[in-house]
Design a protein around this ligand. Structure first.
Ligand SMILES: [Zn+2]
Length: 166
């Protein structure tokens, strides 16, 4: 009976050790993932500034409003036809106020529209962007994605199983 109680004691020691290790590992992995997040998406918006979202022909991007003028990627956004200054009309439409006066696309002061309009399509990146920019994820982002293999991959799997199983 003595050996069994010794085994139990050593088991207990193992459990003690293991209970320390995973938490340490989680912290390390958390730090590592934080680092890679920064590489994937750099914080763009700022609470102290006025930001919005533009959707120009399916190109969705974050814009900063400076004195009512649109800035993206660090410079003023201009008309793609005549380089004229852009202006927001009726709060949601962007027009060229220069020579051509053409309609450019949609505007929204609601930053959540950046994800709603699919400014980012990748499931992983959407989650990162939502966290970094403090945006609301869509309901569908909370549903785990099923990575359905295409048919050819499925057939290859079946063939492999046949060969492995005599
Ligand atoms: Zn123009």
């Amino acid at each position: 009976m003595t050996p069994s109680s010794q085994t139990k004691l050593s088991d207990f020691d193992d459990v003690e050790e293991e209970s320390h290790q995973p938490s340490h590992r989680v912290v390390t992995e958390f730090r590592r993932s934080k680092k890679s997040e920064r590489k994937l998406w750099k914080k763009t918006t700022n609470e102290d500034e006025e930001w919005g979202v533009c959707n120009f022909d399916e190109t969705v991007f974050l814009v900063q409003l400076i004195d009512g003028r649109l800035h993206a990627y660090g410079r003023e956004a201009v008309c793609k036809w005549c380089d004229g200054v852009l202006e927001i009309r009726e709060e949601v439409k962007v027009f060229c106020s220069g020579r051509c006066g053409k309609y450019q696309g949609e505007f929204s002061p609601d930053l959540d529209d950046f994800l709603r309009w699919e400014g980012v399509k990748s499931y992983t990146l959407r989650k990162i962007v939502a966290e970094v920019e403090a945006l609301e994820l869509e309901a569908r982002d909370h549903v785990p994605i099923q990575y359905a293999p295409n048919w050819s991959v499925l057939f290859e799997y079946e063939d492999d199983e046949y060969e492995a199983d005599p």
